[in-house]
Design a binder for this molecule. Structure first.
Ligand SMILES: Cc1cc2nc3c(=O)[nH]c(=O)nc-3n(C[C@H](O)[C@H](O)[C@H](O)COP(=O)(O)O)c2cc1C
Ligand code: SF4
Ligand code: SF4
Length: 257
C-alpha cells in the first residue's frame, strides 16, 4: 500500500509510477483526511510506502494529522519506506516520519529524497520551462533507481535527528504571522474546485460560492496552484507568479488528490 500526499502532483506522479511497478494500492492522504478514513488492513501487502512532499524540512501538517489517527492491521512484517519529494532537500523529514511511525509501533526501513520542481512560490518563482523540464526528466531517472531499491527492500537512509517540530507549523511561513493569508480575487468564478480539493476542509463557501478560509490550513498550496482561474493569492507574495502542476499526473488529479 502507498499512502501519498500531493498538492501539485509531484508526489502523486511518484506514487502512481511506484504503484504501477510494485502492484500496490494507492491511498490519497488528502482524500482519507477529508473522508475521515484512518483504518487500513495490510494483510497480503509486502511494502508500505509514504510518498510525501517536504514542508520546511519536515512533514506537512496534514500528513502528521493523518499518521496520528492511523490504525493499521497486520503491518508487522512490511518493508516500510518514505519517499520525500522536495525542491532541494528533505532536511529531517525522514526522522520526523520515523518518529511519528515509531510512536505507533510501525517499523521504518529508511527513506529516499526525490528532487522535483519546487512549488513553494511564496518566497521565489518557478524556474523557466526548459529548466522545469530538465528537473522533471532527472527526477524520472532518479525515481527509476528508487523503485529498484524499494523492490529489493534495500535500506534507505535513516536520520536519527528528528526536527524540533515533527510537522510544519503554518505560522513559520505565513506573512500574516499566524493565519494563512490566502485570499480570493475578482477572477473567481465560484467553480468549487478549491473547496473540493482542500485536505483540511478549511475552505468554506460564502453566499456567492466563493472561498472563505476558516480553520487549520496546512499551507499545501493546492488551492492556490490549482484554481483554474488563478484567483487565489497569498498576500502579495504570489501576484503575477506562474502556478505549477506536475504535467504527467493522471487526470483524476483534477478533482481529487
Ligand atoms: C509549504 C511548503 C514548504 C516547502 N518546503 C520545502 C523544503 O523545506 N525543502 C524543499 O526542498 N522543498 C520544499 N517545498 C517544495 C515541495 O516539497 C516540492 O515542490 C514537492 O515536490 C511538492 O509536492 P506535490 O507536488 O506533491 O505537492 C515546500 C513546499 C511547500 C508548499
Ligand atoms: S478554484 Fe478558483 S475559481 Fe474556483 S471557487 Fe476556488 S477561487 Fe474560485
Ligand atoms: S486552504 Fe489551500 S493551502 Fe490551505 S490546506 Fe486547504 S488547499 Fe491547502
Amino acid at each position: 500500500m502507498i499512502f501519498y500526499f500531493s498538492a501539485t502532483g509531484n508526489s502523486q506522479y511518484t506514487a502512481e509510477k511506484l504503484a504501477d511497478q510494485t502492484n500496490d494500492k494507492l491511498v490519497s492522504i488528502g482524500v482519507a483526511l477529508r473522508d475521515g478514513h484512518f483504518s487500513f488492513d495490510l494483510t497480503g501487502n509486502t511494502y508500505l510506502g509514504f510518498v510525501i512532499p517536504t514542508f520546511a524540512w519536515t512533514l506537512p501538517g496534514a500528513v502528521a494529522k493523518f499518521i496520528e489517527k492511523l490504525e493499521l492491521v497486520n503491518a508487522a512484517d512490511l518493508y516500510v519506506y518514505g519517499i520525500f519529494t522536495c525542491g532541494e532537500s528533505s532536511g529531517h523529514t525522514s526522522a520526523a516520519l520515523s518518529t511519528m511511525l515509531g510512536a505507533k509501533s510501525i517499523p521504518f526501513h529508511g527513506s529516499f529524497d526525490l528532487v522535483m520542481p519546487d512549488n513553494f512560490i511564496l518566497w521565489s518563482d518557478l524556474p523557466p520551462e526548459h529548466e522545469l523540464n530538465s528537473i522533471l526528466s532527472s527526477a524520472d531517472k532518479a525515481l527509476d533507481a528508487i523503485i529498484l531499491s524499494v523492490k529489493a527492500r534495500s535500506p534507505g537512509y535513516i536520520d536519527n535527528n528528528p526536527p524540533k517540530e515533527l510537522y510544519m507549523k503554518t505560522s513559520l511561513i505565513s506573512t500574516s504571522g499566524g493565519s494563512s493569508n490566502l485570499h480570493v480575487t475578482d477572477a473567481c468564478t465560484a467553480c468549487g474546485t478549491c473547496y473540493a480539493l482542500c485536505p483540511m476542509r478549511c475552505i468554506q463557501k460564502d453566499g456567492s460560492g466563493r472561498p472563505v478560509w476558516e480553520g487549520e490550513c496546512t499551507m499545501c498550496l493546492a488551492c492556490l496552484h490549482r484554481c483554474p482561474h488563478e484567483a487565489i493569492e497569498h498576500g502579495k507574495d504570489t501576484q503575477g507568479k506562474i502556478r505549477y502542476k506536475n504535467p504527467f499526473v493522471r487526470p483524476v488529479f483534477e478533482n481529487l488528490y
